[in-house]
Design a protein around this ligand. Structure first.
Ligand code: NAG
Ligand code: NAG
Ligand code: NAG
Length: 607
C-alpha cells in the first residue's frame, strides 16, 4: 500500500523516517566501532584487574572471560544487523525518490509504509539487542575487573548496580544483622576511646603448647584484647598440678576455681567470683563465654553477653555419619548418631538463653540462624584468627627446620600434618591411603616425604610406613612456624566437623596451600576454591585421588596456590582481624546504651 495522504504530509513523514534512519545508523556505527575496539584487548590482562589480594576466591573464572567475548560478538553483530537494515531502508527510500521524479527534483517518495515500519522495527530490535548484549558483556567485564558477583565484593556490586545501591551504600549498615563474616569488614586498628571491662568464662586456660581449638581461641583473642587496653577478667579452672602461665600485663586478671569432677567450671563458685568483681569498682561492660563456659541457666538474664560456639551438635552429626560409614564390620554399631539428634533438639532449646552468638565459621552461623532458629540479629559470624606475627612465610626458618630433621638435601615433595594423632582426626584414613599409594606406586613413595607433628596412638603406627614418614612429636608454636615453612602442603584429614580448624589457618598464613576433608566449615570459610588448596571426601579412594593430584601438580603449582591462600588469609584469618571484630561486637552489645548508637553501625568505605 502506498501513501495516499497529501504531498505535504508525505514529505514530512518520509523526512522524519530518513532522519530516524540516519540517527540509527550514526549511533549504531559508534557502538559497532566501540564494541569492535573492545574485542581487540585482553580483558583478563592482570595489569588492569582490580580484584585485590583478598578476593582470590572472587576472581572471575576464564568462562566469564569467554562470555565477555561472546557477548561482545553478539552485540557487534546486532548493531551491524541494525545498521544494515537502516541503511537498506534509507537506500530504498532514496531509490524510490529517484524513480518517481528524478534525482533531487522533489522530496516526495512513495514507499510501502508497512515495509518501512517493519524495517524500522527490525532495525530498532537489532539496536536494542545490541545494547542488551553489550550490558551483559559489561557485567562480565566488571566481574573480571572487580571480582565475581555473588561474592562478598561490595565494590563490584556497587559498580554494577551503582546507581541503584549507591544511596543505600551511604546508609550505615546495621552490624548486628550483617550476615557475612565480620572479618571482611575494616575496623579501625587504633583502640577505641572507650575501654571495656570484659568477663570471660572459659573451661580451661591453655598451658602454652597443647591446646584445643577452644582454648587457643580464648588465648589468642583475649591476649589481643588485653593488648588493646581493655580490662580482662578471666574466670577459669585452676590446673591440677602445673603452674599457671604469667603474662606481663596489668589489665589481665585471672580468677581460678577448682574444676568439678568432670572438669567443668563450678558454676556456683564462678558466679560468686563474678558477682564480687561486678560489684567492686566498675561493673562489667560485657560478658564473653567460650562455648557453654557459663551455663544457660545463669546467662538467661544477661543482655550484654556473647557466646562463641566451638562446635555444635548439628555439625557433629556429620562426623558421626562419617565414623559410621568408615566403621568396619567387626566393630559394633555406634549409637552416637541417634543420641546426637536429641542433643541438637536440646541445644535448639537452651541456646535461646544466650543473648548473642558468635559462629566461628560461615556454616555454623547459617545453622544457628536456620536450624537453631536464633533471630539473625543475635547471630554474628567472626572467623577464627591466628597470630600473624608467629605464622608467616620465612624461607630461612623452613631451611633451618629441614636441616635440623636431616632432609635438607632431599628434592622430595614434603607433605605436613599436625595435631593429635587420633582416630577422629582422620589418621586411620591417611594411614591406609599412604600405605596403598606407597605399595602401588614406587615413584610416589620415592618422591614424597611426610612430616607428622603431634602425638597420639597413630604416631607409632605411621613409623611402620617407612623412612619417608617422619613423626616429630608435639611442637611448640615457634617450632610449628618453622614446620609450616618447611613443608610444601599442609594436609588435615580431620573427621571432626566442629569449630574452625586452627592448623589450616596457621598453614595458610605461613603461605602454604592446604588440603582437608570436605566439611562444611572448611569448604565454606577456608578452602573456598581450588586456587588455595584441595578437598576430598573422607574415603580412602577420594583421599588417594587428592594426594596423587597434589603430587602431579608439583611444587610450582603448590607455591602459587600457597601465595593465593596467604593473600586471602591475611585479610581474614589474622588475630588482629578477629580481635577488632570482637571488640566492635563487645562495644555494640555492652551495657552502655550510648555505645549502641555508635558501634552497632558500620559505615562502608563508600559512605
Ligand atoms: C599431674 O599429676 C598427675 C598425678 O598426680 C600426673 O599423672 C600428671 O602427669 C601431672 N600432670 C602434669 C601436667 O604435670
Ligand atoms: C553488675 O553490676 C551492675 C551495676 O551494679 C548491675 O546493674 C548488673 O545487673 C550486675 N550484673 C550482674 C550479672 O549481676
Ligand atoms: C605412578 O603414578 C604416576 C602418575 O599417576 C604414573 O605416571 C606412574 O606410571 C606410576 N608409577 C608406577 C610405578 O605405578
Amino acid at each position: 500500500m502506498t501513501t495516499t495522504a497529501a504531498p505535504l504530509n508525505k514529505i514530512t513523514t518520509t523526512t522524519i523516517h530518513i532522519a530516524a534512519l540516519d540517527g540509527v545508523v550514526t549511533v549504531n556505527s559508534l557502538f559497532t566501532f566501540a564494541v569492535f575496539l573492545g574485542l581487540t584487548w585482553n580483558p583478563t590482562d592482570p595489569n588492569y584487574i582490580l580484584v585485590d589480594a583478598t578476593a582470590t576466591a572472587c576472581a572471575a573464572t576464564s568462562s566469564i572471560a569467554e562470555d565477555l567475548v561472546a557477548f561482545h560478538v553478539y552485540s557487534f553483530s546486532s548493531f551491524l544487523f541494525s545498521s544494515l537494515i537502516a541503511l537498506g531502508m534509507k537506500q530504498a527510500i532514496r531509490s524510490s525518490e529517484e524513480g518517481e521524479h528524478g534525482v533531487g527534483l522533489r522530496s516526495v517518495a512513495y514507499v510501502n509504509l508497512k515495509v518501512l515500519r517493519m524495517g524500522i522495527l527490525a532495525s530498532a530490535a537489532g539496536s536494542v539487542l545490541g545494547c542488551v548484549f553489550l550490558t551483559v558483556a559489561m557485567v562480565d567485564l566488571v566481574q573480571i575487573k572487580l571480582g565475581i558477583l555473588g561474592c562478598w565484593s561490595w565494590y563490584s556490586l556497587a559498580v554494577t548496580f551503582g546507581p541503584l545501591v549507591i544511596l543505600k551504600q551511604n546508609q550505615p549498615v546495621n552490624l548486628l544483622t550483617f550476615s557475612s563474616a565480620w572479618n571482611q569488614l575494616a575496623f579501625p586498628s587504633k583502640p577505641p576511646p572507650k575501654l571495656l571491662k570484659i568477663a570471660l568464662f572459659v573451661k580451661k586456660w591453655p598451658n602454652k603448647y597443647q591446646a584445643g581449638g577452644l582454648e587457643r581461641h580464648a588465648l589468642t583473642l583475649h591476649l589481643a584484647l588485653a593488648k588493646r587496653g581493655h580490662e580482662l577478667h578471666i574466670f577459669t579452672t585452676a590446673p591440677a598440678n602445673s603452674s599457671f602461665p604469667r603474662y606481663p600485663m596489668s589489665n589481665l586478671y585471672f580468677h581460678l576455681t577448682k574444676p568439678t569432677a568432670a572438669g567443668y567450671l563450678d558454676q556456683a563458685l564462678v558466679w560468686k567470683q563474678f558477682q564480687t568483681q561486678n560489684s567492686t569498682g566498675k561493673p562489667f561492660d560485657v560478658i564473653h563465654t567460650e562455648s557453654a563456659g557459663i551455663m544457660h541457666t545463669r546467662s538467661r538474664s544477661l543482655t550484654n553477653l556473647a557466646v562463641t560456639w566451638h562446635g555444635i551438635a548439628y555439625e557433629a552429626i556429620h562426623s558421626d555419619i562419617i565414623q559410621e560409614v568408615l566403621r568396619n564390620s567387626e566393630e559394633s554399631q555406634a549409637y552416637a548418631l541417634t543420641a546426637r539428634a536429641f542433643k541438637v533438639v536440646e541445644e535448639v532449646k537452651f541456646f535461646q538463653n544466650y543473648a548473642h552468638h558468635v559462629a566461628t565459621s560461615d556454616h555454623c552461623g547459617d545453622v544457628l540462624k536456620r536450624i537453631y532458629m536464633i533471630p539473625e540479629e543475635r547471630v554474628h559470624t567472626i572467623l577464627n584468627g591466628v597470630d600473624e606475627e608467629i605464622f608467616n612465610p620465612d624461607l630461612s626458618k623452613g631451611k633451618d627446620f629441614k636441616l635440623k630433621i636431616g632432609i635438607s638435601q632431599s628434592k622430595a615433595l614434603i607433605l605436613g600434618m599436625a595435631g593429635r594423632l587420633v582416630k577422629d582426626k582422620g589418621h586411620p584414613l591417611m594411614f591406609e591411603a599412604l600405605k596403598q599409594m606407597f605399595m602401588e606406586n614406587s615413584t610416589f613413595q620415592a618422591s614424597v616425604i611426610v612430616l607428622v607433628a603431634g602425638d597420639g596412638p597413630w604416631g607409632a603406627r605411621y613409623k611402620d610406613l617407612g623412612a619417608n614418614l617422619l613423626v616429630l612429636g608435639p611442637l611448640e608454636q615457634a617450632q610449628m612456624s618453622r614446620f609450616y615453612n618447611a613443608i610444601d602442603i599442609f594436609v588435615n584429614p580431620t573427621l571432626r566437623a566442629q569449630g574452625l580448624d586452627h592448623t589450616l589457618l596457621e598453614a595458610i598464613l605461613s603461605g602454604k596451600p592446604v588440603m582437608a576433608t570436605r566439611l562444611a566449615s572448611i569448604t565454606g570459610s577456608v578452602i573456598v576454591g581450588k586456587e588455595m588448596g584441595y578437598t576430598f571426601s573422607p574415603t580412602v579412594s577420594s583421599l588417594k585421588k587428592a594426594l596423587y593430584e597434589v603430587w602431579e601438580d608439583g611444587r610450582g603449582i603448590l607455591e602459587k596456590k600457597g601465595q593465593l591462600a596467604r593473600q586471602r588469609g591475611v585479610e581474614l584469618f589474622t588475630a588482629a582481624k578477629m580481635a577488632a571484630a570482637y571488640e566492635r561486637l563487645f562495644l555494640c552489645i555492652s551495657s552502655d546504651s550510648r555505645n549502641r548508637d555508635i558501634y552497632c553501625k558500620y559505615q562502608s568505605q563508600f559512605g
